[in-house]
Design a binder for this molecule. Structure first.
Ligand SMILES: NC(=O)c1ccc[n+]([C@@H]2O[C@H](COP(=O)([O-])OP(=O)(O)OC[C@H]3O[C@@H](n4cnc5c(N)ncnc54)[C@H](O)[C@@H]3O)[C@@H](O)[C@H]2O)c1
Length: 252
């Protein structure tokens, strides 16, 4: 059987890199997409079965060229993982329009553009889209007016894709990670935010990149062949809980 190809955006580090490695372990090939040329070439240099492509997912021309390059090398795309994302936190009244646009361009426009450019290839393969949103798209929180709103948009965009692309056999699902200690999270998580997350998460810890990658890979695999339009939080239980969790925890 021909080797499958996953296109992973934001693949130079963090969740995207862990996802790339998991695909490779499962004998897929991976087109690694990132706009950070140096980090991408370093990450890809030791990974056989990958094609690194420098591209900004928020730029329609770069996205079209990138998908063409993937198709001319591999001739197929079986899964698209829209993982590239940025986080900028700040109070709502101080979020200037430039910040709002920057966050939307990568987190929401990028998912739309990369998915749309991949539709002809995904129709051929009857492939899968997995979009990476966040628990910040499921529950509102302070400092995240642009980030949280962009991720809520990704959640709805996923359902829209599932509704419209199902007739081509294309599945679309969304993973909402809880906090993971990547460069993105550490840039915006203060010690207070870290402590608050621990308090609000039943499993009482951050997740790992590999734990998120496992959920992404499952949704791309044939094991999820009848799953589409779903939003799955990989969040240690954050989303299911309400107030009072620390006080209600049993202490020994
Ligand atoms: N780390 C967390 O706690 C957490 C929690 C919830 C959701 N997420 C989401 O998971 C995804 C991955 O996050 P991470 O923590 O691994 O981030 P990260 O910052 O470690 O890695 C993100 C990668 O995306 C690339 N990138 C950013 N904008 C891009 C663009 N416009 N075009 C191409 N590449 C671009 C960056 O260069 C970087 O290599 C993001 O969508 C993020 O919002 C992360």
């Amino acid at each position: 059987m021909a080797q499958k190809l996953a296109l992973v955006t934001g693949a130079a580090r963090g969740i995207g890199l862990a996802t790339t490695k998991l695909f490779l372990q499962n004998l897929w090939q991976v087109a690694m997409i990132d706009r950070d040329a140096e980090a991408l070439s370093q990450a890809a240099s030791s990974l056989d079965g990958t094609m690194p492509i420098v591209a900004d997912v928020s730029d329609p021309d770069q996205v079209d060229d990138m998908v063409k390059a993937v198709m001319s090398k591999f001739g197929r795309i079986d899964a698209v993982v829209n993982n590239a994302g940025i986080a900028e936190f700040g109070p709502i009244e101080q979020h200037d329009f430039a910040v709002w646009r920057r966050v939307m361009e990568t987190n929401l426009d990028g998912v739309f553009l990369v998915s749309q450019a991949s539709i002809p290839a995904l129709r051929e393969s009857r492939g899968a889209i997995v979009n990476i949103a966040s628990i910040s798209g499921l529950r509102a929180s302070t400092l995240r007016v642009a980030y949280g709103t962009s991720k809520a948009g990704v959640i709805h965009l996923t359902k829209q894709q599932a509704a419209e692309l199902g007739e081509y056999g294309i599945r679309a699902n969304c993973v909402c990670p809880g906090p993971v200690r990547t460069k993105l999270a550490m840039a915006v998580h203060t010690p207070e935010i870290i402590a608050a997350y621990h308090d609000a998460i039943p499993l009482n810890r951050y997740g790992s990149e590999e734990e998120i990658a496992q959920v992404i890979f499952f949704l791309c695999s044939d094991k999820a062949s009848y799953v589409t339009g779903q939003v799955i939080a990989s969040d240690g239980g954050f989303e299911c809980t309400g107030v009072g969790l620390p006080a209600l925890r049993k202490s020994d």
